[in-house]
Design a protein around this ligand. Structure first.
Ligand SMILES: [Zn+2]
Length: 259
């Protein structure tokens, strides 16, 4: 009988910080907290170059278990070098739900916008603070990263407009803006597996949705990216990265991204 020597490797847990993200870069990074000292306190990273505009906000994990967007944000923050403009990342909007890998803790965050500062439900208060953050930042564009269980299907979509979002970019404008159709074309030109190309999904205005509130109340252009959750995680993260980079470019951010 042989005895095996079991070794335990203690892997240090590293957190992103402004210094790591700024090293050797043209931009600098401001660490910021959304909901500071609240139970939903979550980090934001403001990557800012010499020129403040154009400005884009990328948010992920409004639904805590849709993790591909958060991982894509980490990767883009690490490898991007911004020469012109500002990009703000909020990778884990519902951080409490993210930490326990659930969609929500009390209520669906995406159904309680514009939020309520006085509510006992923290998701109501988080929605309120998130809106406040977007208002203060005054961005040109907000991209919301989500994931869906069902692939987009034209027939299913005709029957039920709130199902089958996988591999889509959602807009609440029924005449698709050229900005969006051009960006979609660029995203899809980078996707080798044609089964997974993105489609534009028109989703009618809903008064409690985050994207609709950003558009209607704050008058900021906003779209939602949905990757298909049944795909392997690396693939979903790569699709999210592609979407982030193409939207940044379309918005006029000047950058390089070298992985
Ligand atoms: Zn979602």
């Amino acid at each position: 009988m042989r005895y095996l020597l079991i070794m335990f490797f203690f892997i240090p847990v590293t957190f992103l910080n402004a210094q790591d993200l700024t090293k050797g870069k043209n931009h600098f990074v401001i660490d910021y907290l959304l909901g500071e000292k609240e139970e939903y306190e979550t980090p934001c990273y403001i990557l800012i170059s010499d020129e403040e505009y154009p400005k884009v906000v990328i948010d992920a994990c409004i639904h805590g278990d849709e993790i591909a967007g958060a991982l894509a944000c980490d990767s883009v923050m690490k490898y991007i070098n911004i020469y012109k403009g500002t990009v703000v990342f909020v990778p884990k909007v519902n951080i409490k739900a993210y930490n326990t890998f659930v969609r929500e803790v009390n209520v669906d965050l995406n159904q309680v916008f514009p939020g309520n500062k006085e509510s006992t439900l923290y998701e109501d208060r988080l929605a309120f603070d998130f809106m406040k953050l977007i208002k203060e930042l005054e961005p040109d564009l907000v991209i919301n990263l989500h994931e869906a269980w069902t692939r987009f299907n034209e027939k299913l979509y005709q029957k039920q407009k709130d199902k089958s979002f996988g591999q889509t970019i959602i807009t609440n404008i029924d005449t698709f803006p050229v900005f969006l159709t051009n960006t979609l074309e660029k995203i899809n030109s980078e996707i080798k597996n044609r089964e997974n190309i993105f489609r534009i999904q028109y989703f009618p205005y809903k008064p409690n949705h985050s994207m609709d509130n950003i558009i209607e109340k704050l008058k900021v252009q906003s779209y939602t990216v949905e990757t298909l959750r049944t795909l392997p995680i690396e693939e979903r993260v790569n699709y999210q990265i592609t979407c982030i980079l193409e939207f940044l470019e379309a918005a006029g951010i000047q950058f390089t991204f070298i992985k």
